[in-house]
Design a protein around this ligand. Structure first.
Ligand code: GLN
Length: 553
């Protein structure tokens, strides 16, 4: 830890972040950014997310509904905000970092069935709220934490948010005023017709919050322009918040600017002061400052074609987007993503891949679009375009190679064709016979051994790695010999030899496919080596294609 003011004598501090007016204001990013700043001051920080919906976890929800399912090291399927927490801070999230109403109720109902409540009537208050309060303290109880940031999902005023607001209200009583802080994120819209910023939605939102007994200590006001002094004063007066704690959270070009923008508004200084935490040293944010400088000054652009199933909703591939951006930061390149609907390639028309410089096929489930993914792998292999296959993109690259190089014409994945004569990808043997949708996957971090001399080994620079998984099907090792004789190289395996985790094509400019999800471990300050290698190869491909075109002209 860097010059941390010795907080060992201090109790753990809790910062609760709520949202008002509308959803999607960026509560997760605000929480993560404040976390980054507090780490910059030398504090040990973690973040938790409470989601008011009734699903036990987002694992079974459509990516169109929920966005990406973020997978933690211990194999929990969680909200994508946990990805922000890990990208912005050094926290490593687990199943204890994300709770839903379903998960809270499940736990209470299990206790009730066990008789833990000794015959009492089980009620929202106190049983559900106690369960919420307890969950909010599970992570800190494990020790090594100075400050916990707790993000309450949803918007103040929602029926389903109420038990959470009641729980955080009570926690101020339980933990002490000086150990808790309420931050409320609201919107201050600019109304074009009036030519003015409007404070009324913020006033209403704070009134809702106060009606359940919570007086915010700080307001983060999302706006597209700076809040003038008189407006801040007005918000402070009507909402009973100190003027210095009415913060302009203006829109920024890159999410990675948010910590610095908030710090510029004094957020970290005010938070520490309110929590009675010393900020004896200057905050250390040099790495972020240098990062933002690089983000703002790319030397060139590079485009990656991503062939997926949920391309209509970018949040479905949140960590992937971010990992590609991080790789761009490493090369000082601006990575653009060209989203290609996998289904569009199924007719055999490759127009959507146009003059792609790099093709990435990410994770996915089910039949729809799967043949388009296979086609994308084929185009990349034949035209020697850098290819990066992740999870489903790994599986279809293997099937494609079996079909078109090894002559196994009907090669397939049993996910789409259970009767396929050549089951290159089939259901995890240990799970055969398990039909429930929830909880039957190979989830979380697993070790993997890399083969020296491969592109994969070159990227990581070591032979033992650990990456996160989320899959139900696997590479069928009965076909290992056929595929390697055809020229494919197995570059990663589980240490027990059971799972083929990565394949690649030697002699191709860069064709790497992995069963795991490297995007979950990429950070802006520590870009993932596979993404940096892939983006580097894509850029080289672009430059050589350009040079070839110029020499013809
Ligand atoms: N559908 C595939 C499987 O379940 C791939 C999963 C994924 O891409 N995350 O194995």
């Amino acid at each position: 830890m860097i010059d941390r003011a010795d907080p060992t004598s201090q109790p753990v501090k809790y910062i609760f972040i709520t949202g008002g007016v509308v959803s999607s204001l960026g509560k997760g990013l605000a929480a993560a950014s404040i976390g980054a700043l507090l780490e910059g001051h030398g504090y040990r920080v973690t973040l938790q997310k409470f989601d008011p919906y009734v699903n036990v976890d987002p694992g079974t929800m459509s990516p169109y509904q929920h966005g990406e399912v973020y997978v933690t090291t211990d194999g929990a399927e969680t909200d994508l905000d946990l990805g922000h927490y890990e990208r912005f801070t050094s926290t490593v999230t687990t199943r204890n970092h994300n709770w839903t109403t379903g998960k809270i109720y499940l736990s209470v109902i299990q206790k009730e069935r066990r008789g833990d409540y000794l015959g009492r009537t089980v009620q929202v208050i106190p049983h559900i709220t106690n369960e919420i309060k307890d969950s909010m303290q599970t992570v800190a109880r494990q020790g090594g934490i100075d400050i916990v940031l707790i993000e309450v999902g949803g918007t103040v005023g929602d029926i389903e948010s109420q038990p959470y607001l009641e729980a955080i209200r009570q926690l101020r009583q339980d933990l002490g005023r000086e150990n808790t802080l309420y931050i409320h994120l609201t919107l201050v819209p600019f109304i074009g017709a009036a030519g003015e910023l409007k404070t009324k939605p913020t006033q209403h939102s704070v009134r809702d919050l106060r009606s359940v007994g919570i007086q915010p200590d700080m307001l983060l006001c999302r706006t597209d322009r700076a809040l003038p002094q008189d407006l801040r004063r007005k918000i402070a007066l009507f909402c009973d918040v100190d003027e210095e704690a009415v913060i302009t959270a203006r829109d920024v070009d890159s999410i990675y600017e948010v910590p610095l923008v908030l710090s510029g508004e004094g957020v970290d200084r005010i938070v520490l002061k309110r929590l009675g935490l010393p900020s004896t040293t200057r905050r250390r944010m040099e790495a972020w400052e240098e990062l933002v400088e690089r983000i703002r000054n790319p030397t060139d652009d590079v485009t990656v074609h991503v062939v997926g199933k949920y391309v209509g909703y970018e949040d479905s591939y949140k960590s992937l987007n971010e990992a590609l951006s991080h790789a761009g930061f490493a090369h000082q390149l601006n990575v653009r993503i060209e989203w290609v609907e996998a289904e569009a390639l199924e007719s055999g028309d490759d127009a959507a891949l146009g003059d792609a410089d790099g093709i990435l096929v990410p994770g996915g489930f089910g039949d729809r679009g799967s043949r388009g993914m296979l086609r994308a792998a084929e185009v990349a292999r034949r035209r020697r375009i850098p290819y990066f296959g992740i999870c489903y993109g790994f599986q279809w690259a293997a099937v494609e190679f079996a079909r078109h190089v090894c002559g196994l014409e009907d090669a397939d994945s049993t996910e789409c064709n259970p009767e396929a004569p050549h089951k290159i990808i089939y259901k995890l043997r240990d799970l055969l016979g398990v039909d429930d949708l929830g909880g039957t996957m190979r989830l979380g971090s697993y070790p993997c051994d890399l083969t020296p001399g491969t592109a994969l080994y070159e990227a990581y620079g070591k032979n033992a790695i650990s990456e996160r998984h989320r899959h139900r099907y696997e590479f069928n090792r009965a076909y290992e010999t056929a595929l390697t004789e055809g020229g494919m190289v197995i570059s990663g395996r589980s240490p027990d030899g059971k799972f083929v985790e990565a394949i690649e094509l030697p002699g191709h400019p860069w064709f790497v496919a992995v069963q795991f999800h490297p995007e979950f471990q990429s950070k802006p300050l520590a870009p993932h080596p596979l993404f940096t290698r892939f983006v580097g190869a894509t850029y080289r491909h672009r430059l050589s294609a350009k040079a070839a075109a110029e020499s013809l002209a």
